[in-house]
Design a protein around this ligand. Structure first.
Ligand code: NAP
Length: 491
């Protein structure tokens, strides 16, 4: 199946932090793939900015290497590569000084006010404010200007509010795109299509029929390379407050009146506001802690961050409740961690048992289960109960109705845009549906701040867990106390 290309007019895209990891590994390769797909029209200009003194040719050479490394397969066509590099330029610039800004003004001068102008802030959060201020003071913003802001958006409610205030003093909310790449994933959008495009699920999507919901985002990588940031942040701030909260919102929200940015974001916001505070005994924090050499040449979390007394969590699990008519009584179990058994992002919706089994106890108890895989191998599986084949009487078994998107939508991965491709093109098109609004981010911090303050006040220390495991044993206990268990973490 070949994706439909929605044409856009030529635009300008300026990437601050263009020499950095995210720009080189994700943003620019995503733009290149859209270019190869024919979605970047003639006349578009892409400009990299950072402090490094590079010429256009040097930046293109850097990008050439990054693109060759970032493409999985097939290898990029040389003609595409050459043509793409021609629309790329570079302006050395300091976000906190005045160097380079006049050159950027010259570069952008002359384009009409209607031409879409995107400024992508792919820099540390401390530079978001200075960049916004300079874009304003150098008069670089037009009616058609949009800014893209990377995570983390603040460290707590107070800093998120400050940041929102700073951005709001220079940009209208309709111009601010707070990116969470999880929301650009095909399956995340499919979650909405499955829920709101089918009669099958919506009548069952409530506490009367759903026993509980599990959201798991497991990573095999540790924190090496991001030690300082991670040590200050931990799993709660790095993953839970944004990615998992967003997934929770999409799975739990009421149907919006239409698929429109504010309608969707209003419904997500209502979910966050309906979340109960989490009881301390419903929270499990962990830290990967196997001796060196036990798994490859891995280091413990504390060795990696070079702090033997660290109490930052590399794993967190908790049980949350949403106090509204739809979900009262249905727990949501969320967990995320580093150095776990497999890389896997999955939402499991576990339905209740049938109220009465006409087949008797010996047939076994079976409940439906909807599994939504976000990565890897995006897809959706619904388990249904059937009779076990053969003459052995009426025994029941579960079989999966499996929809792998790779199989259903064609194996040509090139036809399916990745999250950054989709989100960047949404910015160019001016569609904010998959981006977080300022009040949503603040509400999420408003809910997580007291949880963090609680464990800090109690002096809780994260429980050790072995690298390559499913996390600390206490997380299993959290489920067992409710006569439930986590679904496996499988690749
Ligand atoms: P990075 O590798 O450290 O890159 C930072 C970039 O900012 C470099 O290009 C750097 O180039 C530039 N820079 C630093 N100070 C500057 C200044 N004063 N003026 C202008 N440019 C400056 O960081 P990153 O990993 O790409 O992350 C960028 C942002 O994305 C961060 O907010 C991060 O939290 C977020 N993010 C990253 C990832 C990821 O996978 N990397 C994922 C999600 C979110 P010069 O030193 O040449 O100036």
């Amino acid at each position: 199946m070949v994706s439909r290309i929605i044409p856009v007019a030529p635009f300008d895209l300026v990437i601050f932090g263009a020499t950095g990891d995210l720009a080189q590994r994700k943003i620019l390769p995503a733009l290149f793939r859209r270019f190869c797909a024919g979605q970047i029209p003639d006349g578009t200009r892409i400009t990299g900015c950072a402090r490094s003194e590079l010429s256009d040719a040097q930046f293109r050479a850097l990008l050439n290497t990054a693109l060759s490394e970032a493409q999985d397969e097939p290898r990029p066509d040389d003609r595409d590569l050459v043509a793409f590099l021609q629309i790329i330029s570079y302006v050395p610039l300091d976000a906190v000084g005045e160097t380079g800004w006049a050159a950027l003004c010259d570069y952008l001068a002359g384009s009409s006010g209607e031409r879409v102008r995107v400024f992508y802030f792919s820099v540390g959060p401390g530079l978001f404010g200075p960049l916004a201020e300079r874009l304003h003071s150098y008069d670089l913003t037009t009616e058609a200007t949009r800014i893209v802001v990377e995570k983390p958006f603040g460290h707590d409610l107070a800093s998120a509010r400050d940041l929102n205030r700073t951005l709001a003093s220079h940009f209208d909310e309709s111009q601010i795109y707070r990116i969470d790449h999880y929301l650009g994933k095909e399956t995340v959008q499919n979650l909405m299509a499955v829920r709101f495009g089918n009669m099958l699920f919506e009548p069952l999507w409530n506490s009367q029929y759903v026993d509980h919901i599990q959201i798991t985002v497991a990573e095999t990588v540790g924190v090496a390379g991001r030690e300082d940031y991670y040590e200050r942040s931990g799993a709660m701030r790095d993953m839970m407050q944004n990615h998992l909260m967003q997934l929770l919102c999409l799975i739990a929200m009421e149907p919006p009146a239409k698929f429109d940015p504010d309608a969707v974001r209003d419904e997500k916001l209502k979910v966050i506001r309906a979340l109960d505070p989490v009881e301390p005994y419903h929270i499990v924090r962990g830290q990967y802690a196997c001796p060196p050499g036990q798994v490859g040449d891995d280091l413990t979390y504390r060795e990696t961050v070079k702090n033997q007394r660290s109490s930052t969590e590399s794993y967190i699990a908790f049980k949350a409740h949403i106090s509204n008519w739809r979900w009262a009584g249905t727990p949501f179990y969320l967990r995320t961690g580093k150095r776990l058994k497999a890389r896997s992002s999955v939402i499991n919706v576990l339905f209740k048992d049938a109220p009465h089994s006409i087949f008797g106890e010996e047939a076994g108890r079976h409940a439906n289960h909807l599994k939504i895989r976000l990565q890897p191998n995006e897809g959706i599986t619904l388990s249904v109960t059937i009779k076990e084949p053969g003459p052995g009487g009426m025994r029941l078994m579960d079989v999966p109705l499996d929809m792998s998107f790779a199989e259903a939508l064609g194996s040509n991965g090139g036809d399916r845009a990745d999250a950054y491709e989709r989100l960047i093109m949404d910015v160019v098109r001016g569609n904010q549906t998959l981006f977080m609004r300022g009040d949503e981010v603040e509400a999420a911090w408003g809910w997580t701040d007291p949880i963090i303050a609680g464990w800090q006040a109690r002096g809780d220390v994260p429980k050790p867990y072995e690298s390559g495991s499913t996390g600390p044993g206490d997380a299993d206990l959290l489920m067992r106390r409710d006569q439930r268990e986590w679904r496996g973490i499988n690749p």
